[in-house]
Design a protein. Structure first.
Length: 111
């Protein structure tokens, strides 16, 4: 009985402590590609206007789809959720169906 109570208390404490940030995070940047936003409480946030995130090149995506499609290489490149990538690998690309659908979506720009 004591061990159940102790474990329950431990779960509650860990859940409570991880649900809040322990310190405020301020973003700073030295580039001109960021815009400065002043909030109501005299704090400054920096928000990027444009981002050059990796995974935007269609040619690289199609090459990865062709050579590493069985390992969801194109999905990792485009930063798709990890769980869906693992399911994609375990089902062999939905027995090839999801693999072809991914190609069509990449070509249409919906990926």
């Amino acid at each position: 009985m004591k061990i159940k109570l102790l474990l329950s208390l431990l779960v509650v404490v860990l859940t409570f402590s991880t649900s809040y940030a322990s310190f405020p995070v301020k973003r700073t940047s030295n580039t001109n590609a960021n815009t400065e936003i002043t909030t109501g409480n005299n704090e400054t946030e920096y928000t990027p206007i444009t981002s050059s995130a990796p995974g935007n090149d269609l040619t690289v995506g199609i090459i990865l789809w062709f050579f590493l499609g069985w390992a969801a290489g194109h999905r990792w490149y485009y930063h798709k959720p990890t769980l869906y990538n693992i399911i994609f690998i375990l089902t062999l690309g939905g027995l090839g169906v999801w693999w072809v659908i991914d190609l069509v979506n990449m070509i249409q720009g919906n990926f």
